[in-house]
Write a protein that binds this ligand. Sequence first.
Ligand code: ZN
Length: 299
Amino acid sequence: MVSEPAITTDIITPFMIHDAPVRGRMVRLAQSISTIIARHDYPDTVSRTLAEVLVVVSMMASNLKDEGVFTLQVQSKGGISLLVADATHQGHLRGYAQFDAEAMASPTATDLKSLFGEGYLAITLDQGDASQRYQGVVPLEGNSIAEAIEYYFVHSHQLEVRIHVAAGKQSNAGEAEQWLAGGMYMEKMPDVLHADEDIWNRSLALFGTIKDAELLDDTLTHEDLLHRLFHEDGVWVYTPHPLFDQCRCSESKIANTLAQMGDSAIDEMQIDGHIIVNCQFCNSEYNLKADDIKRMASN
Ligand SMILES: [Zn+2]
C-alpha cells in the first residue's frame, strides 16, 4: 500500500511545548498566495510583502474562537502606501496593496522603513457583532513585518511573542510562477501559573535558529520541522487546518454598502444607469443597476 504524501502547504499547524506555557503555530502557503499574487500583477517587492502579511494574518486568525476576521492594515507615506490583508477563522485569505509603481519597481532596500517609511499598523479583530470588534493601532516599528507585529503585541497586549516570516518566488522554466511563504509564531502564555522561565528562554533560543529555507521547503512537513526544532523539551503537534484563497465580496454586500451612501451619491456614481464596482481584493467586477440600489435604500 502506498501512503498519501503528507500535505505541507496551504495549512496551519498549532503546536505546544511539552509541559510549558509556550504555544505557537506554523504556516506554509503556496497555491493560495500564488493565486492571490497572480491576480494582482504587482512588482516582486510588493508581492513578497503581501505574501508575508498573508502569512501573519493566517497565523493570527487561527486563534479566533468560533467566527471572525483578523485584518492587518499598514498605511504609510512611503513606497507601499497601503497594504490590507485579512483571514477568517475558516482559513479564507485575501489581500491587496497600493503603492508607488516607480519606487517599488527597483527598490533600493527591502527593510520595513525602506518599503513603507513612516506609517501605522492597524489590527482589527471582528468577531461577529459590533460589540466584539476590537481595533489596535501602533506606529510601524522594527526592520520587518514580523518585528512590527511583535512590537504591536508587546505594546498593546504586553504579550511576549516571536514571529518569523519568509517568502520567495520559485521560477521553473515553462511553469507558471509559484510563490512560497512560511511563518512560525510562538507566544508565552500569559495566563499559565507554570513559571518556568528556563523553558521559555530555551524555546526562544531554538526559535532563533529557524531558517527561511526550512519554512519555504515544501518537502519538509510541519511536524518534522517542529520536532527538529523543539525535540529536546518535546513538542505536541496538533492537526493542521487548511488555508484558502477566498474573497468575501458579493453583489449583495456591495449593493448594501452603496445603498447606505444615499441617492445623491448613487446618482454621482452611476453611468447610464449602472454602477460598476471592482473588488480591490480579488478584482471581481460587479455591475449594479442604480435604480435597484435606490429601491434597496428606500426599504
Ligand atoms: Zn472580492
